[in-house]
Design a protein around this ligand. Sequence first.
Ligand SMILES: C[S@@+](CC[C@H](N)C(=O)[O-])C[C@H]1O[C@@H](n2cnc3c(N)ncnc32)[C@H](O)[C@@H]1O
Length: 248
Amino acid sequence: MRIIGSGKTSGKEAVKNKWQEVWKRRSWNQSAAPRLQDLIQLDGYDSGAGVIPVGDWRDYTASIGKKLKLEDGMSIFEVGCGSGALLYSLSKQFDIQAGGVDYAKGLIEAARIALPTGNFEVREACDLDVEPQYDLVIANSVFHYFSLNYAKQVIDLMLAKARSKVVILEIPDIDYREQLELLRRDALGVEEYEEKYAGLPHTYYPREWFLNQLARDGCGDQIVNGFIPNYALCGMKATSSKYMRLMK
Ligand SMILES: C[S@@+](CC[C@H](N)C(=O)[O-])C[C@H]1O[C@@H](n2cnc3c(N)ncnc32)[C@H](O)[C@@H]1O
């Protein structure tokens, strides 16, 4: 397994933006443990076109389990795990060993409460520790906060950390940039959208970018269309894509 770029020296520009401040403001301050719907909201699926009801989230994670042939006993590590909504939901379906990193301390604290046996760390994606390895290394709805340069570093670290599979989900597709931005704007209204997202850009990716970056090792690569049920941002054909690198 190769590691290209330690992530220690470059690429930090991706996180020196207002997004980090936005995520750092989120935390769980109640005495009761967060429920799945709380985790989904903490992770940002709580406004405008980004809303995901709990039933759809369960269906989405069940589809992930099916597509990736997840089984009891597997270890799953999530990059940019937030409060652990994805891992928590998967842990209700499979007996998994979960781990994750996120740069938002308040969200990692919530993940630790929700998944007490998980191994969670406050850490930037580009500083991911490749040891210990996990069977599956996954990222969901995070890559749009990275620059392309930063994303490449993170992918290399994910590949080094994964024993079996690397999967990157919810990647905004550059071919649908205009439609996606209109959809997000219309869901909030122009004024609120402009106020909320001023200085908060998303990175859009060409589908080929993933394949070109990683055309090596003879592993099977797949790109599939988004599959969160009823999710506005997956509503148009192929608006968000999923990159799946099937390593074995
Ligand atoms: C939309 S939330 C998704 C959370 C989780 N993956 C999920 O699907 O429920 C995006 C998360 O990415 C995290 N994030 C964004 N950029 C990051 C970076 N450079 N390093 C670590 N975490 C990052 C944010 O703190 C936030 O928790």
